[in-house]
Design a protein. Structure first.
Ligand code: GAL
Length: 669
């Protein structure tokens, strides 16, 4: 999971900024006169890098064997002349009309097997050999032409791979799925075993009987659905790798693609992807459909740092203001752009890039915010951009420094896929909700977290939180147990440890994989309706879930005071070796969750900063204390150094005003 080119971000040395300001630049949507104005304004704003040619396929390759580079040449030259670097797109994200007209089999199919039409974007099947051939031809042309262009800083493969087309159910995908199954399992008997096909007479006797898990009359085989998720993530990763391999025959500049670590994209297992990119880049947009979008932003950035193996990473896209794709596109309030950018930088990003430079006049995204809005520079968006630009300049010393947390949260795509599958004990229990609840409780308690994979090395941590870690293999469960036995503190929540890596239930009682570590087991679940509250004996409440836990060594901290399992344990702790393991058998309310974490953190001797979002980045000579106040009251914090944003020298408690942030450089003794 390490970043193969740790110097790629932060040391690109772009523009005036240490923290790079950048954007998607789509000059093809504008007349050339506008490009000159763009260059002047980019210089004014201190833009250091632009993602260009991201959707350029139909422009540079207007027909089979036809190539037209004039416009891209001109744009690249202009960028260079303006001192701006290019994050050059391979242009493969969106297919040109001629390709899908000539080869309709490139088009992806929906879950019912019907084709999805061109006219939007990403209308290609990840398993299409024709798409692969033509896209690589394009990459080869682009990479060979621009490898030595002086504007080139890095390569942007495709765009948000899998944003729309991750799960394709066409016949080509079925054929590729069979090959993947053969490679993974060897024999059809092994597939039967992994998927439990004795159930409902689903047994296969040959690979060619197996399809993608298309829409069925009843529910689909969950093992098949899980493996299809894994296969689909892998197929797109192979497209990334194929494009990167072509680029690398021409260029030694860093290659990456923009991940979508957000609240609503779940199809790609980025723990598998991260080791394959030269630097980790993420796109993050605030999701106002969530109860607490700002906390989710912190979670996504912490997870991105985890994917980057702790190294600095790149925020490749966010919005200056509102997006255009939510039911209600909430704009950023005054000061929020800087505060939100600081939250990403605190968590390891060494750049802030936007979608996009200039707001489009046409197309689906014409109402998406941009650095240069429709109104031009006499606008809130432009003023916000300049304010941010100044802040990024002031934060230059932070570049390259890293975060070191002593508490971690385990995040796992297979648990997401299996817990959110059909026919679980409660469709109201959603994996990401439970992860966000744990992260939110940690934030409320003032505890900073790393986000790690199941199976990660836990030795740097004193506390590990495993929320709803539903699917887990033996080795990964044993690693958590060993961490506890060696003196660690672990908090495991309900729905964890129940199935193995094939989604087969672990026998002998729940929470299967963690029963011994936790010193307890249950034999039946009692989920409750979303609106029902379950009072616990300590006065806190739970919701969504209860189960009939009996302890076998664990100490009971709270019981259910009502509901379907009145009197049964709801919160427990077990001494295990030199450490302790807590279990929570319900969805604790926010303040109950935060106080439990406060008490566990005290036992793990972890510092807490309630009321503020505090993250520390460690540099060679200095540490950078990021203290962000997302709330509505002044909060004091003790600083000893210079606030890079305000220039103030602080030595003792100082207020962080509501809606603002301080980034204080403290010299190392
Ligand atoms: C991203 C995408 C951009 C743009 C943006 C709008 O998902 O990469 O091309 O569509 O969303 O928010």
């Amino acid at each position: 999971m390490s970043n193969r080119n740790p110097n790629a971000t932060g040391t690109l040395g772009l523009g005036a900024h240490g923290i790079v300001l950048g954007c998607d630049y789509n000059p093809e949507q504008w007349p050339v006169e506008t490009w000159h104005e763009d260059m002047a304004l980019m210089q004014e704003a201190g833009v250091g890098i632009v993602a260009i040619n991201v959707f350029g396929w139909s422009q540079v390759n207007p027909g089979p064997g036809e190539w037209s580079f004039d416009a891209l040449d001109k744009a690249m030259d202009l960028l260079h002349a303006s001192g701006i670097k290019a994050n050059l797109g391979t242009g493969t994200a969106s297919t040109p009309a001629w390709l899908t007209t000539k080869f309709p089999e490139v088009l992806p199919a929906a879950i019912d097997g019907t084709p999805r039409f061109p006219g939007g974007r990403q209308a290609w099947c990840p398993s299409s050999a024709i798409y692969r051939e033509y896209s690589l031809q394009l990459v080869d042309k682009i990479a060979s032409r621009y490898a030595d262009h002086p504007a080139l800083a890095m390569w942007h493969v495709s765009n948000e791979l899998g944003c729309h087309n991750a799960l394709c159910y066409c016949d080509n995908s079925a054929a590729a799925f069979r090959v993947w199954l053969q490679d993974t399992y060897g024999t059809v008997e092994a597939v039967n075993e992994a998927w439990g096909t004795a159930f409902w007479s689903q047994r296969y006797t040959a690979f060619d009987q197996i399809h993608t898990p298309r829409l069925t009359l009843s529910t689909r085989n969950p093992g098949q659905v899980l493996d299809f998720q894994r296969f689909s993530s892998q197929q797109l990763l192979e497209q990334y790798q194929a494009e990167a391999a072509v680029i690398k025959t021409h260029s030694d500049k860093p290659v990456t693609t923009n991940f979508m670590v957000t609240a609503h994209i779940r199809n790609l297992d980025y723990w598998q992807w991260a080791p394959q990119v030269d630097l980790v880049a993420n796109d993050h947009y605030l999701d106002h459909r969530l109860a607490d979008p700002t906390t989710e932003m912190g979670f996504a950035a912490d997870l991105t740092r985890g994917l980057a193996g702790g190294k600095p990473w790149m925020l490749m896209e966010t919005a200056v203001g509102a997006v255009n794709w939510q039911p209600l596109n909430v704009n950023r309030q005054a000061g929020e752009l800087v505060r939100h950018a600081v939250s990403h930088i605190a968590r390891g990003s060494d750049s802030i890039c936007f979608f996009q430079w200039r707001a489009s006049r046409q197309g689906s995204e014409k109402f998406h915010s941009a650095m240069v809005p429709h109104a031009g520079t006499d606008s809130q968006g432009w003023r916000d951009t300049l304010e941010l630009s100044a802040a990024l300049k002031a934060l230059a010393p932070v570049v390259g420094s890293t975060v070191a947390s002593r508490a971690a949260l385990i995040f796992d795509w297979a648990s997401w896929w299996t817990l959110d599958a059909d026919n679980t004990p409660s469709s109201h229990v959603r994996y990401l909700d439970q992860v966000h609840a744990a992260y939110t409780a940690a934030r409320q308690a003032g505890l900073g977290l790393d986000i790690v994979a199941a199976g990660a090395d836990l030795s740097a941590y004193s506390l590990v939180i495993a929320p709803a870690l539903h699917s887990i293999g033996d080795a990964h469960a044993q690693a958590i147990d060993a961490f506890v036995a060696a003196g660690g503190h672990a908090l495991v929540t309900f729905a964890s440890g129940i199935v193995d890596e094939h989604d087969a239930v672990r026998l002998g009682g729940y929470p299967g994989a963690f029963s011994s570590m936790l010193g307890l087991k249950s034999d039946a679940f009692y989920p409750v309706a979303p609106e029902q509250r379950l009072t616990l004996s300590d006065g806190t409440t739970g919701s969504l879930w209860s189960e009939n836990v009996t302890v076998d060594g664990a100490q009971v901290l709270a019981t259910f005071a009502g509901g379907p399992v009145e009197g049964f344990p709801a919160v427990t702790v077990n001494n295990r070796g030199k450490g302790k393991a807590w279990y929570v058998a319900t969805a604790l309310d926010a303040s109950g969750y935060a106080s439990l974490l406060t008490s566990i953190a005290a036992q793990a001797q972890l510092p807490l900063n309630p009321g503020l979002d505090v993250v520390v980045r460690h540099g060679e000579d200095a540490t950078f204390v990021f203290a962000i106040n997302h709330g509505s009251d002044n909060v004091d914090y003790e600083f000893h150094g210079v606030d890079l944003l305000s220039g103030e020298h602080l030595d003792g408690p100082a207020a962080v005003a509501p809606g603002t942030a301080r980034v204080v450089r403290e010299e190392k003794p």
